[in-house]
Ligand binder design. Structure first.
Ligand code: SF4
Length: 63
């Protein structure tokens, strides 16, 4: 099982990942990017978000 993680130290809050993949990425109350807790992540969409992210803040984390 692996899940996407966002490195908030580099994320610029461009919101691109939310536009691409709103079922996984959202903005939380604190104004940071939250990753939904899903059993299965839409691999292709997450891969697209990883490729899209201008600062390479998104990666897979093995659980
Ligand atoms: S695409 Fe990257 S920089 Fe933009 S909000 Fe998502 S994680 Fe942050």
């Amino acid at each position: 099982m692996r899940r996407p993680v966002v490195d908030m130290a580099v994320c610029t809050l461009c919101m691109g990942c939310i536009e691409l993949c709103p079922e996984v990425f959202s903005e939380n109350d604190a104004g940071y990017i939250a990753v939904a807790d899903l059993k299965v992540y839409p691999e292709k969409l997450v891969e697209e978000a990883i490729k899209y992210c201008p600062v390479d803040a998104i990666s897979w984390e093995e659980e």
